[in-house]
Design a protein around this ligand. Structure first.
Ligand SMILES: Cc1ncc(COP(=O)(O)O)c(C=O)c1O
Length: 467
């Protein structure tokens, strides 16, 4: 009998599956005890993977054995000590969902090819719209992350507000806005002269009056303002732009309002969240990152659009070779998003939500807000630190309390010393040109003990640096 190695026997499949399951479980078991980062001598491990294509097969155990050090030599983004950038952790149920989705490999790009699976994704995406308070006519798409959602948002708003000739279009955002916004604008075909990064107030929020003035100025010069991107949780400090006022200015001038809620949006689920994020429900579109605030593994973003038809209007195309699967006229994901063939990513949203239920997520989000407030209070009570704002969400930004030159010079050293303990991993930024450190509490694996470790390390190392 001929043997086709790409189709292992049932017994081999079982052995392989168990080997991978054992490997993954051993990775997870050690997670809390692993260092918060370990990239020392990573180059040697990296170099071993720079290799020619394999002409010979390699047994799976040997391949898994090679992966172990590659995983270890990294920032431990899945662990409880990861407080840098924007964490999430990676809820395990999503890995199970991906495993199922890849193994059964059904096609969800067109609804007719797997109607019930497409419905699972449609339903899970519509839950996101409901959680953000969007009305029934809203529609969403799942993307690989916030950057791609933002690109689809800018293109959708461009099409809805400017049509095909858009070089004189102008879009507005704050200086604190994530760089994926200007990047999306450039990818969407806007020259830099059409991008306005506006100054912020003392809490690093977009100022509606400055927005209004900028729009008027552009109008007076014959340009076409069409879009404002409001922050619902900036990466630097978690600042939330004043949505109701921004909406009022934008409405008065006929602009599309997009909320970058990649980091902050899911806090609407926490107690008091609707007040905190007041106005998000009235935006024209929203970027959300389930791989941040829903704690899923990297690779899942979402774009929600209030007028669902706007998505189809810009994305829909047709061709004769898909006539068999498009006859019904029902919109598939390919009709409302840039992609055609892609993974069945809806399952990695649906399965964790169904398996754990929303309260499990709400509880986590509430805990993260409380931990950030606690860390803020602790650092604020220590004379060695200058806190840059009350946490608006779950980010605490601060610097050493010292003359500007010394604080900026010693800040990186403080970061290095704290991270060198390998219990937590923090990152830094610049705010108004000055160095700042930040703690972002968002992983579902981060609890009080680890935030205490971060605060303790900061206090001890700051004392050592400042005396
Ligand atoms: C506020 C905000 N917007 C957008 C993004 C971009 O999202 P992604 O990294 O998923 O492309 C990020 C990423 O950290 C973010 O924090």
């Amino acid at each position: 009998m001929r043997v086709f190695p790409l189709e292992p026997s049932a017994e081999e499949l079982e052995v392989q599956t168990r080997a991978v399951a054992d490997f993954v479980l051993s990775q997870l078991r050690g997670l809390a005890a692993q260092p918060s980062f370990d990239t020392e001598d990573a180059e040697a491990v990296q170099a071993a993977f720079d290799e020619p294509p394999p002409e010979q097969p390699t047994p799976l155990p040997a391949l898994l054995a090679r992966l172990a050090p590659a995983i270890a030599k990294s920032y431990n983004t899945a662990g409880p000590g990861y407080l840098a950038y924007i964490p999430g952790g990676g809820v395990y149920a999503a890995a199970l969902a991906d495993f199922v989705a890849c193994a059964v490999n059904r096609y969800v790009g067109v609804a007719q090819a797997a109607p019930a699976l497409a419905q699972i994704e449609e339903t899970a995406t519509s839950w996101l719209g409901r959680l953000m308070g969007l009305p029934a006519g809203a529609r969403g798409i799942l993307t690989s992350g916030g950057s791609l959602s933002t690109l689809a948002a800018v293109v959708t708003a461009r099409h809805a507000r400017l049509g095909e000739d858009f070089q004189d279009g102008v879009l507005y955002f704050s200086e604190e806005t994530h760089y994926c916004v200007p990047k999306a604008a450039r990818l969407a075909g806007f020259p830099r002269r059409g991008l306005r990064a506006l100054p912020t107030d003392s809490r690093l929020r977009l100022e509606p009056a400055a927005l209004d003035a900028a729009i008027r100025e552009d109008r007076a010069h014959g340009r076409r303002p069409f879009l404002v991107v409001a922050n619902v949780g900036t990466t630097n400090t978690g600042a939330i732009d004043p949505l109701p006022q921004i909406l009022a200015v934008a409405r008065a001038h006929g602009l599309w309002v997009h909320a970058d809620a990649a980091y902050g949006g899911f806090f609407r689920l926490a107690p008091g969240g609707e007040d905190l994020l007041r106005g998000i429900e009235a935006c024209d579109s929203i970027t959300l990152d389930p791989h941040k605030g829903l704690f899923l593994p990297y690779g899942l973003g979402a774009l929600l659009v209030r007028d669902g038809d706007a998505l189809a209007s810009v994305h829909r195309e047709g061709a004769s070779y898909v006539q068999d699967v498009t006859r019904s006229g029902a919109l598939g994901f390919a009709d409302v998003s840039p992609e055609l063939s892609r993974d069945f990513r809806g399952l990695r949203l649906w399965l964790p939500l169904m398996l754990h239920g929303l309260p499990a997520f709400r509880e986590q989000l509430q805990e993260k807000l409380a931990l950030a407030r606690w860390a803020h209070a602790e650092l604020a009570s220590d004379g060695h630190f200058e806190l840059l704002d009350e946490p608006q969400l779950s980010v605490v930004a601060f610097r050493l309390r010292a003359p500007a030159e010394a604080a900026d010079r010693l800040g990186p050293e403080l970061l290095e010393r704290v991270n060198a303990r390998r219990r937590v991993f923090l990152s830094s930024t610049r705010i108004h040109g000055r160095y700042a450190l930040r703690i972002c509490v968002l992983s579902f694996r981060t609890h009080e003990e680890r935030v205490r470790d971060a605060v303790l390390a900061l206090r001890q190392e700051a004392r050592a640096l400042l005396g």
